[in-house]
Write a protein of this length. Structure first.
Length: 491
């Protein structure tokens, strides 16, 4: 009798703990419990399967309560580009949890995600797997679990929401309204201006280089269009925030794009706001390039949340969860320093430099073949030297023109250093080489019209222009408009 009574008491205790959501993990997820850290929050380590069956690891945060409360809303944090460990978003996760919103923050996948391999659809599946973790969790209202997307997450979150009705709402901070490649070109141009770079190099970055990246597929998901996904969110409440000092995503343009797309969808639950003295990530800044306060993670200061940033999001979530979402509102947009440039990959963006490199290389290649076959050359030494210089400098000019801006796309704005006279040194070299090619092209044209054969070997047949010289001359003429387009022949 006593044993049965003890079992009954034990069963009741387990039931109470399960109702509080402390002990039981979410379905389809492995969890390891961890008690409060003295800050009033309960943290629980979880593992769950994301897109493609990959196991992801995260933390569920919720406030510690001593009494049974009604089910809480939940939110899954979707990070920005890069490796995205959960620690980068700890401040947001803790703020949401302290406000009574159960929060899942997880480490971004490292499999199937890299500089040259990116799939927003796969990232969206990861986010939806996180939503399922919270919707199946005791103590969370499954009808009110939403997504928070930062930067790249601003492409992923609406895509996930468009795929599943389980997503109750969407919040974005620094969400882009344009394609990734157009957005990145604008971002890099801002950083280059901050370094004091002006002139044709900025045009080369946002124009020809971006088109080359697009046409060759070197920028994964570069042409991804977020508009169709936003237009599918007919009834999903949306809160879109941007910092007034956002230098990574054009805030004014992005807000306008999202507003039009959601209006086209007939969505009547959209709030768009701009935060003052706020950087791309919603944290404090003086100019968008620095971060003020906050923790330091891996040598990088994250910045403290800007005034009103967290309060705006948490109060909005509670209003949505209560069934009374705020009325639609669009705040006044701050001025934007520069407009972004549309990017459209064209076949000549990659074909032209390939033809130029092959054309200039034809002369040294033909010379090497001639030496192998020991054929006599029907040119004077002076003429041969001129064509060699033209071919060699042409190869160097095309190579320098391509590599200098491509390095910035690949390695960041630091690859543009050092800067002299408002230009990267590498770009100055490309410009000097381009001018030299034009000068030698004129000299070669004159030489081609007046062939000299006085130093030709006996028996050599007079030839006005060999096939190799003709190829180099045509290539050099084609080089001029190409260099003007890229900007090496402009200030």
């Amino acid at each position: 009798m006593t044993l049965s009574r003890n079992r009954l008491i034990f069963a009741l205790v387990v039931a109470v703990w399960a109702a509080s959501g402390v002990l039981l993990p979410a379905p389809a997820a492995h969890a390891a419990g961890r008690g409060p850290d003295g800050d009033g929050l309960m943290r629980q380590e979880v593992s769950f399967r994301g897109g493609g069956g990959l196991t992801l690891h995260g933390t569920v945060l919720s406030p510690v309560t001593t009494r049974t409360t009604r089910a809480r809303p939940g939110i899954v944090l979707v990070g920005g580009s890069g490796p995205g460990p959960r620690e980068e978003y700890r401040q947001e996760a803790e703020s949401f949890a302290r406000a009574g919103i159960t929060t899942l923050v997880y480490d971004k996948r490292t499999v199937g995600y890299s500089t040259l391999d990116r799939d927003f659809g796969l990232l969206a599946e990861d986010a939806l797997a996180g939503v399922r973790v919270l919707t199946g969790r005791v103590g969370v209202d499954p009808r009110h679990v939403g997504l928070w997307g930062f930067s790249e997450g601003g492409w992923v979150a609406p895509l996930a929401a468009a795929r599943s009705s389980d997503v109750a709402f969407v919040i974005t901070i620094g969400g882009p309204g344009h394609s990734p490649l157009r957005t990145q070109a604008w971002h890099l141009a801002n950083r280059l201006r901050h370094r004091g770079i002006t002139g044709s190099y900025l045009h080369a970055m946002t124009g020809p280089t971006a088109q080359l990246m697009d046409s060759t597929g070197l920028f994964p998901e570069g042409d991804y269009d977020p508009l169709p996904m936003w237009e599918r969110l007919h009834r999903t409440p949306v809160l879109a925030l941007w910092g007034d000092h956002d230098i990574q995503v054009p805030p004014r343009e992005s807000a306008r794009v999202l507003q039009r797309a959601l209006a086209k969808a007939g969505n009547a639950h959209v709030v768009i706001r701009f935060l003052h003295h706020t950087a791309h990530n919603g944290h404090r800044t003086s100019d968008g390039f620095d971060r003020i306060g906050g923790p330091v993670y891996q040598g990088k200061r994250l910045g403290a949340p800007a005034p009103g940033y967290m309060d705006t999001m948490t109060s909005w979530v509670h209003a949505v969860a209560s069934g009374h979402p705020p009325v639609p509102h669009t705040g006044p947009a701050p001025p934007q320093a520069a407009a972004s440039t549309a990017v459209a990959g064209t076949w000549y963006a990659w074909l032209t430099p390939v033809l130029l490199l092959l054309g200039f290389a034809s002369y040294p290649v033909s010379g090497a073949l001639r030496r192998i076959t020991r054929r006599a050359r029907p040119h004077t030494r002076r003429c041969v030297s001129l064509w060699r210089w033209l071919a060699g400098l042409g190869l160097a000019a095309v190579t320098a023109t391509l590599l200098c801006p491509l390095a910035v796309f690949i390695a960041g704005d630091g690859a543009a250093a050092p800067v002299v006279a408002g230009r990267p040194v590498g770009w100055l070299v490309a410009q000097v080489l381009s001018v030299a090619v034009v000068a030698l092209t004129g000299a070669a044209a004159v030489t081609a019209r007046r062939p000299r054969l006085e130093h030709a070997p006996a028996g050599a047949r007079p030839v006005r222009q060999t096939a190799a010289r003709a190829t180099v001359m045509v290539t050099a003429v084609l080089f001029v408009p190409w260099a003007l387009w890229w900007g090496t022949l402009r200030p």
